[in-house]
Ligand binder design. Structure first.
Ligand code: ADP
Ligand code: MG
Length: 255
């Protein structure tokens, strides 16, 4: 299923899918890490996930696209049981962007974006290259297509990683602290790009420490602590009226 439709030559919109988690439990070996996490992300909306280090945010994202298999509970993508979809097929439908970009160092920006298109999607090289070039242009890197990661700033590398994920035409995008490894002056460009995806209808789950971004962009904010969802709701409710002592303490430390 394709979720990306071009509306004009260079403006792209997305048809994001819904994502639902029901009583999701995850463990590493015998150690339980996520306990009964339930949440619902409506199509075309953005959910920001906040919480202290070690609270299970990365594990949650890894469970959604099956980099680590949940031990029980349900993940529904567009209403479909995602735990029954083949993991490699699922990962084409759910794009993920990591803190440390994970680009191939010996390939150019263009090759980094095009590679999965011909290897995984089975496109011809010329078709893949053409699409990759368009995606790079959309993230503002048309001029940098032939640069290798080491010749790009951290912010540019992260935009290549986002272009690479978008090239697969995902229905949902997951971001795990996408700006945490960037120098402060490079953070804004990546956040602006992410906010643009949100405006164009992508369904997104964004783990972030950028509270300004969460307040401005999120339709829903989820606060996790010790493997549980402690509070979830509209950003103004969570930030201005935290109900639990745990969220109050967390906000007093980060704001
Ligand atoms: P967060 O992203 O919120 O910082 P994580 O999901 O990375 O939290 O970690 C949640 C818990 O799971 C922590 O206690 C962490 O130590 C543990 N954990 C994370 N990854 C692994 C792993 N690969 N093996 C064992 N324990 C892990
Ligand atoms: Mg993490």
């Amino acid at each position: 299923m394709s979720s990306t439709t071009s509306t004009s030559a260079d403006q792209l919109t997305f048809r994001g899918s819904s994502l639902q988690l029901k009583n999701l439990c995850m463990a590493y070996g015998d150690v339980p890490v996520l306990r009964n996490v339930s949440l619902e992300i409506a199509p075309g909306t953005t959910t920001c996930i906040i919480g202290p280090s070690g609270s299970g945010k990365s594990t949650l994202l890894r469970g959604i696209n099956r980099l680590h298999e949940p031990s029980s509970g349900d993940v529904l993508l567009d209403g479909e049981d995602a735990l029954r979809v083949r993991p490699d097929v699922l990962r084409r439908r759910i794009g993920m962007v990591f803190q440390h970009f994970n680009l191939f160092p010996d390939h150019t920006a263009l090759e980094n974006v095009a590679l999965a298109l011909w290897k995984v999607k089975g496109m011809s090289k010329s078709e893949a290259t053409e699409r990759a070039r368009r995606r790079l242009t959309e993230v503002g890197l048309g001029e940098r297509a032939d640069h290798r990661p080491r010749d790009l700033s951290g912010g540019q590398q992260q935009r290549v990683a986002i272009a690479r994920a978008l090239a697969m035409e995902p229905e949902v995008m997951l971001f795990d602290e996408a700006t945490s490894a960037l120098d402060p002056e490079l953070v804004k460009g990546v956040l602006t790009l992410m906010a643009g995806l949100c405006e164009r209808g992508m369904t997104m789950a964004v783990v972030t420490h950028e509270m300004g971004f969460a307040r401005r962009v999120a339709d829903q904010v989820v606060f996790m602590d010790e493997g549980e969802v402690v509070e979830a709701g509209r950003p103004e409710d969570l930030f201005d009226n935290p109900r639990s002592a745990r969220l109050q303490r967390f906000l007093s430390e980060v704001l």
